[in-house]
Design a protein around this ligand. Sequence first.
Ligand code: G3I
Length: 350
Amino acid sequence: MIGRRAFLGSTLALAACDRFAAAEPTPADDLPPLKIAPFPIGACARSNHPDDPAWRALALRNLDQITAEWEMKMEAIVGDDGTLSFTGADKLAAFARDNDLRLHGHALIWYSQDNPFFRGLPEARFGAEYDGYIAAVAGRYRGQAVSWDVVNEPISEDGSGLRDCLWSQRLGQDGYMIRAFEQTRAADPDAVLFLNDYNLENLPAKGATFLKTVERLLKAGAPIGGIGTQSHLDIEIPAGQIRDWMRDAGSLGLPIHVSELDASLRRDGPVDLRTPAQRREQQVARVRELAEAFMALPERQRFDFSVWGLRDTDSWLREGERDDGKDSPLPFDAAGRPNPMAGAMVNAFS
Ligand code: G3I
């Protein structure tokens, strides 16, 4: 069965890839669903997505798991007076439950999500409110969320150390992370608890600092259950860098979560002489490398492989001033037809 499926998948995917070389979208039914993979496939979702029949059909065809793109973060839950609101989060949790999709919780503690309520707390109350927030959110989805990004993006931009943030200022650089993992474990004894960050493949120094941080926190007793690599890929990094990262990350023996894959075709900066085909080729090569590196992990370490959106037009990279209307960072185009990276993923996963 595997042989036939693999043959079918690889043949179709290669054919699709070839057709993709000309960046011609493939009819959606030409390519097997992404969840042909032998591990869960996920994507982020916004609470209005399930109301879109096209998104819904694409999600149910391709996904085993969803992550709330923003509705389970402090910015959506915590009011300036500290009251908690779960409307968007509950809607996505209900969609996951009603459609037998796993729910990945994102993100309990994040440097960029501090807010007036926590900033305004007196020292004497800060720890209790911090613990109470984690208990309220992780406890609410206990029994449904299979996992949590307990701490998001703790490593500094250049990878030289840890970020300074409200949480580290109040509770200590490692202290806020250890406490967050301990409080989440208390609120949900069964969820897999992740430390999650980005540019771990793109910047080897950052990837190395991240892994050292995981090891140090584990030694300090933090119940870290997995490594989350967001994989917002820089498609111009050297071949092999992604594979090396995945090998190093896998060496810790923990489950690995590719948590937010997208692969922008655009480059910051004024000049980009690459042709569309060259950028597409770079994108497919890096996505294929990531997918193959993930496939090469032991089965027990392949937690989930998630993209940060299904259709190009769902991407954060297509919002506001970023959007030149041409970026194609995700597996499907605006009409839900497979982009070249979908073929690379299916081919690697088959
Ligand atoms: O939709 C609401 C709208 O109803 C409301 O009126 C408006 C008021 O601010 O907010 C809108 O929500 C925005 C939301 O995206 C949906 O568009 C939020 O303001 C905005 O902050 C939010 O941005 C998200 C961002 O994280 C911050 O939470 C992006 O969608 C999301 O793609 C991005 O995802 C992050 C990951 O969590 C962590 N890794 C990096 C990744 C990309 O930045």
